[in-house]
Design a protein around this ligand. Structure first.
Ligand code: NAD
Length: 517
């Protein structure tokens, strides 16, 4: 691939090239260019314009890579990016303010705050399944927090990656934000460099390599990873609506969604009703032959097609619906597999395609035990009308998120953080969480030269005595009971009273402390 403005890649000199580029970016960061609020707001505006003005071009790029539908790419990627940029811009003025801590009676003349700093030069690594959303949504947070950033979109979605590489330098400050294209080797070479933060979305396996590379420089990471997201269906659930919602979540992007329902745990009765309902809905949505529907995207490439085919060929379960495949078209129809046992190939790895296996369980306890015996999922879905059942899973499971009576939609709920736990990742983002993720929270304490304050704290100075220890002990015992909010008049009044009391205590302590230790 050729080198271009804002597009860095290619050839044997990559390591050198990356290193030179990063030195230049660091110099720009050190000038403080990304720090002013006005700069960040301007970049967020430009980001919004980038998506808005190139909406159709972006849709066709993702259609070329995996025949993604305009509706899905538009609604589940580009519109979300516009909202993210807009909301970030709206709130940033408040979020960049120093966060002052409540008045502390132990140190009444001092003040303390959290000051959020950008990390510096950050790397964002994206996957191919939501190829615009997943590198660009974290970029909004990186910009807002005042970082410089290198984006590495996935090599498996080349049209989208090329589009990102074309647009970023056109709309954003090209010295602060760059795009690195290329394959796995290029990503590995990038990871040979020292970044100040790495944000990566990938499979769990790649996540481990990224974390190993980051550990060499003690670089902090956010890892948005994958895994098997289970669904539990209670017999009391509205099975009509349950089927519709789960099928939708499995069919969007042809199952290539990190939080797609991966497998279903339910009774045989619920399974039978689900299959009957699914036949009806698939027909309604995609017609007699779903392959001819323009609303189903394609598997990203032949490797993934073969991987999914192998899973279907090797399953010990029975295909109850679907199972059609066409390697030339990279098509697999939405497929339901029943009577799947725990050891089945379908139950070993994340499916990441339109295949939904069913494992029979006879109670919620059995379902939770099954889920807990496996790596912690990115999402856990529960369908039930019973509050006790909902609470059972909410309280006793460990997952990136729990969504009750629907799938995937937790991703779009404003105010909810997105992220995994254990094998499904670490760290979180979206909205305020993105801003925080890309900021270092620096603790700041500002002391005064107040004489009263100094005498209050004078017990810390040698010569030490038992009496001094007793005074400190008494302070800790009595005053840490209060958590007085930052209410200025009350703070001043208490400071005054505290000051007088401590001055008396200090003078008293000196008076009664024996001269010799
Ligand atoms: P991918 O193959 O495109 O890899 C992602 C990035 O990692 C690419 O830029 C690639 O160059 C780089 N990479 C590949 N191998 C590497 C290595 N050995 N060392 C360093 N970097 C390497 O995408 P993928 O991993 O196939 O994406 C799909 C996976 O991502 C699924 O498991 C899915 O669940 C997960 N995912 C998670 C989220 C989330 O938000 N948690 C979102 C989407 C996808």
């Amino acid at each position: 691939m050729a080198a271009d403005a804002g597009l860095v890649n290619g050839g044997a000199s990559n390591n050198e090239g990356f290193s030179k580029m990063m030195t230049e970016m660091r110099k720009v960061f050190e000038t403080g260019r990304t720090l002013p609020l006005a700069f960040r707001l301007r970049q967020l505006d430009r980001f919004y314009d980038m998506v808005n003005e190139n909406f159709d071009d972006m849709l066709s790029a993702s259609n070329k890579d995996m025949r993604k539908t305009k509706f899905e790419a538009g609604s589940y990627e580009l519109e979300i990016l516009k909202i993210e940029a807009k909301k970030m811009k709206k709130n940033l003025k408040t979020w960049v303010q120093r966060e002052w801590l409540p008045f502390n009676i132990l140190v009444p003349f001092d003040s303390a705050c959290i000051k959020r700093d950008p990390y510096g030069l950050v790397l964002i690594i994206g996957p191919w399944n939501y190829p615009f959303l997943l590198p660009l949504q974290p970029l909004v947070g990186a910009i807002a927090a005042g970082n410089c950033c290198i984006l590495k979109p996935s090599e498996h979605s080349p049209h989208v990656s090329a589009k990102i590489a074309e647009l970023i330098p056109k709309y954003l400050d090209p010295e602060c934000y760059k795009v690195a294209q290329g394959g796995v080797q290029d990503t590995i070479q990038l990871l040979d460099q020292k970044f100040d933060y790495i944000f990566a979305t990938s499979s769990t396996c790649i996540g481990k390599s990224i974390m190993q590379a980051a550990a060499r420089f003690l670089t902090p990471v956010t890892l948005e990873l994958g895994g098997k997201s289970p669904v539990y269906i209670d017999e009391d659930a509205d099975l009509e609506m349950t089927t519709k919602r789960i099928l939708w979540g499995k069919c969007i992007n042809l199952g290539q969604t990190c939080i797609a329902p991966d497998y279903v745990l339910c009774s045989r009765k619920a399974q039978t009703i689900f299959i009957e309902n699914a036949k009806k809905y698939l027909q309604e949505w995609y017609g007699d032959d779903p392959k001819t529907s323009m609303d189903l995207p394609r598997i990203i490439n032949l490797n993934h097609f073969k991987r999914l085919s192998k899973l279907l060929d090797g399953t010990s379960g029975n295909i109850a619906l679907g199972g059609d495949r066409d390697s030339e078209d990279l098509y697999i129809s939405p497929t339901l597999v029943v009577d799947v046992n725990e050891e089945d190939m379908l139950m070993q790895e994340e499916i990441f395609g339109p295949i939904l296996p069913f494992v029979t369980v006879n109670s919620k306890e059995e379902a939770l035990k099954f889920i807990k015996s496996r790596p912690k999922p990115l999402a856990l879905y529960v369908f039930s009308k019973s509050t006790a059942t909902m609470d059972y899973f909410i309280d006793r499971s460990s997952a990136g998120a729990v969504c009750v009576n629907d799938v995937v939609v937790q991703n779009a709920w404003d105010g909810l953080a997105f992220g995994g736990v254990g094998d499904s990742g670490m760290g979180r983002y979206h909205g305020r969480y993105s801003y925080d993720t890309f900021s270092h929270e620096k603790s700041v304490l500002i002391r005064s030269f107040s004489k009263t304050g100094e005498s209050m704290a004078s017990v810390r100075y040698p010569p030490y005595s038992t009496r001094h220890m007793q005074i400190i002990g008494a302070f800790v015992k009595h005053f840490t009971k209060f958590n007085i909010p930052q209410y200025k008049p009350l703070a001043y009044l208490l400071s005054f009273i505290g000051g007088v009391a401590s001055a008396i205590a200090v003078v008293g302590a000196r008076w009664i402390t024996p001269k010799k230790r």
